[in-house]
Design a protein around this ligand. Sequence first.
Ligand SMILES: [Zn+2]
Length: 166
Amino acid sequence: MKLVYRVTQHQRLIIVEHALQQMQAFAQRRCWDSEAGGVLLGRHLLDSRDVVVDEVTTPQNTDRRGRFNFFRSSRHELEAHKRWNEEERTLAYLGLWHTHPEPDPTPSSVDQRDWIQAVSGDTFEGDRLFFPIIGTRDIRIWTLSRRGAFRKLKLENENEEDHGAS
Ligand SMILES: [Zn+2]
C-alpha cells in the first residue's frame, strides 16, 4: 500500500509502502513510546511534477526523545548524505517527519517553527518541503512553500498503482 496526497492541481505527493512502514513502526501506540522522527528521502518525478518519498531516516541515538517532544540530531543529515551517495545521488531531501502520541495529530508551535527553519535554512530542490506527523491512528501531512504558504495535504487515493499519469 502507498499513500497519495494532492499537493497542488498539478502535483501529488506519493509515499511508498517501505517509507510508510519505516515511519509507522515508530507510531506511539504504547504509553511509554517516545516521539521519533527523521528526514524524508525520495524523488522528483521527471514525467510529472509528482514527488515520491522512497525512504526515511529513523531515530538516531543522538536524538533527544521524550513522550511529547523530539529533537532531531545532525546525524540524520549524515545518514541522509550517506544514503544519497549510496544511491548515486538520486535521493532528494523532501522534508521531515515525526510522531505524536495522539490519534489525529496536529503540529505544535515548536513544530511550525522547526518547519519554517527547515524551509528557510535547508538546501532542497523544488518549491516546498513536506512534514508528515505520524499519529496513533492517522498520518497527517503539511507542506510549507518557499514563499511561506502553509497547508495541510488532502489524502487522494490509498491504492493507486501508477506513478506517472494523472
Ligand atoms: Zn510535533
